[in-house]
Design a protein. Structure first.
Length: 318
């Protein structure tokens, strides 16, 4: 892995480029956001109206985990509401200050479900307060190491980045990665375990990956869909990662460019951001591989009907 010593990388921005990670295809559920708004997939419906109407995701206010937020507040199709203070989604927690750790304590969080690979965890262990138990539920492809790939691209310079990511390759890579999240048996086992932890939880649960946008984004889409939240609102929560991570990612991208590591930041935007087409790829794979979302819950995640019912009751108000 290429180590960049010209500037510190303390914030959760662009750790994909400089820290050890491992994921499927070429990219993983790491990193932040694009400076440009996420785009709807060609021919797909626009979710701009949903983004305007749905409630703004509630940030936990953690400077060192800017994508940490409460999953609650969304309305279901049958008029219920996803409960506040039951499930939290986040990016990496390794730089939480003692004061930020106390936010987890005040919110009553006792479970930390970590989707990161062993390599990611080894270089960035969660900083947790007493009383919060971390459970490793790694979602990654052992045959591909993202940090090594991105390190090679940084070392190779702009030409290598153009060859690997240009001409739509980065978008196709991310679409393929989201399909992999759905069809990989080990990933399904981890997401199923997380769903059961939420269903069985008596205290608030937090789950996260490195940037809280891909693995965490799909887990959030699964939970909200299982709760009965309309797809347009699910999209709104998913795309919000672009907002929460933009400032820190833009700052680090500018530093990488100044250091000569990156010439065209637009090449990295599809990897650093979230787009509606990525979530479409995951839901399309659900239909292709399992026939329906219920089929995915049962066969892909291993949830029985009783657990599905308990999950929805845990997530939604009466």
């Amino acid at each position: 892995m290429v180590t960049i010593n010209t500037f510190p990388v303390r914030r959760p921005a662009l750790r994909l480029l400089v820290a050890a990670t491992g994921l499927g295809v070429l990219a993983t559920g790491a990193v932040g956001c694009s400076a440009r708004p996420a785009q709807d997939s060609p021919g797909g419906r626009s979710s701009s109206a949903a983004r305007a109407a749905a409630p703004t995701p509630r940030s936990m206010g953690l400077r060192d985990a800017p994508n940490a937020r409460d999953l609650g507040g969304y309305r279901t199709a049958d008029g219920h509401q996803v409960r506040h203070g039951v499930v939290y989604r986040a990016d990496a927690l390794n730089h939480l200050t003692p004061a930020e750790q106390q936010t987890l304590t005040r919110d009553g969080i006792t479970q930390d479900l970590d989707f990161r690979s062993p390599a990611e965890v080894a270089t960035a262990r969660d900083a947790l307060p007493a009383g919060v138990r971390r459970t490793a539920l790694p979602v990654y492809d052992p045959g591909a190491d993202l940090s090594r790939t991105m390190g090679t691209l940084l070392a190779g310079g702009p030409a290598a980045q153009q060859q690997a990511l240009g001409a739509g390759k980065a978008v196709r890579m991310m679409d393929a990665y989201y399909a992999w999240l759905v069809k990989d048996p080990a990933a399904g086992k981890a997401f199923g375990a997380a769903a059961r932890a939420v269903a069985d939880g008596r205290t608030p649960v937090l789950y996260h990956c490195t940037q809280g946008k891909d693995r965490t984004g799909w887990m959030s889409a699964v939970l909200l869909t299982a709760a009965g939240v309309p797809r347009a609102t699910v999209d709104q929560d998913y795309l919000a990662s672009n907002h929460y991570l933009q400032a820190s990612n833009d700052r680090q991208l500018a530093q990488l460019r100044a250091a000569g590591k990156v010439k065209d930041p637009a090449l990295l935007e599809p990897v650093l951001g979230v787009r509606e087409s990525y979530l479409n790829a995951a839901f399309n794979e659900v239909t292709t591989a399992y026939g329906s979302f219920d089929g995915y819950l049962r066969k892909g995640l291993g949830l029985d009907r009783a657990t599905e019912q308990k999950l929805r009751q845990r997530l939604t108000s009466a």
